[in-house]
Design a protein. Structure first.
Length: 335
């Protein structure tokens, strides 16, 4: 029994140390992890995003992830081009040792308009991250008294450092085409850990624990199929060293009420993370608010432990929109 406890503890710790970047099933609602060029890429003046995810509650080492983003933009004078900027916070926790990552990001983007339908953008996002774990949560062989595990026994283990800081850098590019209000497409590419930061807890000068560069490619298409119905496709392909992931999502947007001041839409669909999970998604949009929820059903080999259940996820968004001033209009000509 004790050997199983020890093995599980270090398997989890080892997995967490080699884990990839945090990610969400609803990746299109987490701009800061997809592409820095997404900062300011929305219809409005300011935007606030809140994300939360709880994964694998049915196994002892569930994962918790939370994120917050505020971004805004200001237009270049006499132009529809704009400069976007944003500040984001991400937090991730996993395992018996409560290994966690806290990340503060700040980014800036520039979106250049080409005519009325095309846009090209670039973005950059530096960040500061801290990784920590709680050594008192670990279990050791000296805490086995011959019959059972006794947490009151001293493990005779000490850690000089249970945390580390590192600077990180990401960049991205974006192309957008808007044919009509409800017909649009965008293609993007984001690149993270460009400086390959060393995240080692000990001996940073001698131990090489560099984060490999992560590449994330995105695509989205929105098409109206009926006067009150749109279909929206999202796609993502990302890789980080040997780790690869492909996400596909399809949503239907039903326009329930299109009256100004009482706008109300319902979105429903499903996403697929190839060879891992599928996740039904349901969302509502009311005026400037959006709330979206999804639930992962695991279909990989890990479903034996999770009973096919993966994780619940929620995304909330609010967009601040100012009323545009009416242009000066002469009702009667002057003779």
């Amino acid at each position: 029994m004790f050997k199983n406890i020890i093995c599980c503890t270090f398997i989890v710790l080892g997995f967490a140390l080699k884990a990839q970047d945090l990610h969400y099933s609803q990746f299109y609602h987490h701009p800061q992890s997809q592409n820095p060029a997404f900062l300011g890429f929305f219809d409005g003046d300011h935007r606030v995003y809140v994300n939360g995810r709880q994964q694998w509650r049915t196994v002892p080492v569930n994962y918790l992830t939370a994120s917050l983003l505020f971004d805004s933009k200001f237009f270049v004078k006499h132009s529809s081009s704009y400069i976007g900027w944003g500040i984001g916070i991400d937090y991730d926790q996993a395992g018996d040792s409560k290994l966690n990552l806290a990340k503060l990001s700040g980014g800036i983007s520039y979106m250049h308009s080409i005519g009325t339908k095309h846009q090209l953008g670039l973005g950059i996002m530096p960040s500061i991250s801290q990784r920590r774990f709680q050594d008192e949560k670990l279990r050791w062989d000296l805490q086995w008294d011959g019959e059972r595990y006794d947490p009151s026994l001293s493990p005779q283990e000490s850690f000089e450092n249970v945390g580390s800081f590192y600077f990180d850098l990401g960049a991205g590019a974006l192309y957008s085409y808007k044919y009509k209000t409800r017909t649009r497409i965008h293609l993007g590419a984001g690149f993270y850990h460009l400086n390959k930061p060393n995240q080692a807890f000990y001996g940073a000068n001698t131990i090489d624990a560099k984060l490999p560069i992560r590449q994330a490619f995105q695509a989205a298409v929105q098409i109206p199929v009926f006067p009150i119905l749109d279909i929206i496709f999202h796609g993502q392909r990302q890789s980080q060293e040997k780790y690869e992931e492909t996400n596909l999502s399809a949503l239907l947007r039903l326009y329930v009420n299109r009256k100004p001041g009482s706008l109300f839409n319902i979105l429903a669909g499903c996403g697929l993370r190839m060879e891992d999970a599928y996740y039904p998604t349901l969302a509502i949009e009311y005026n400037n608010w959006m709330v979206s929820g999804s639930y992962d059903f695991n279909k990989s080999s890990f479903k034996t432990a999770t009973d096919q259940r993966g994780g619940s996820e929620i995304a909330m968004r609010y967009i601040f929109k100012s009323v545009k001033p009416l242009g000066f209009y002469k009702k009667c000509p002057i003779y």
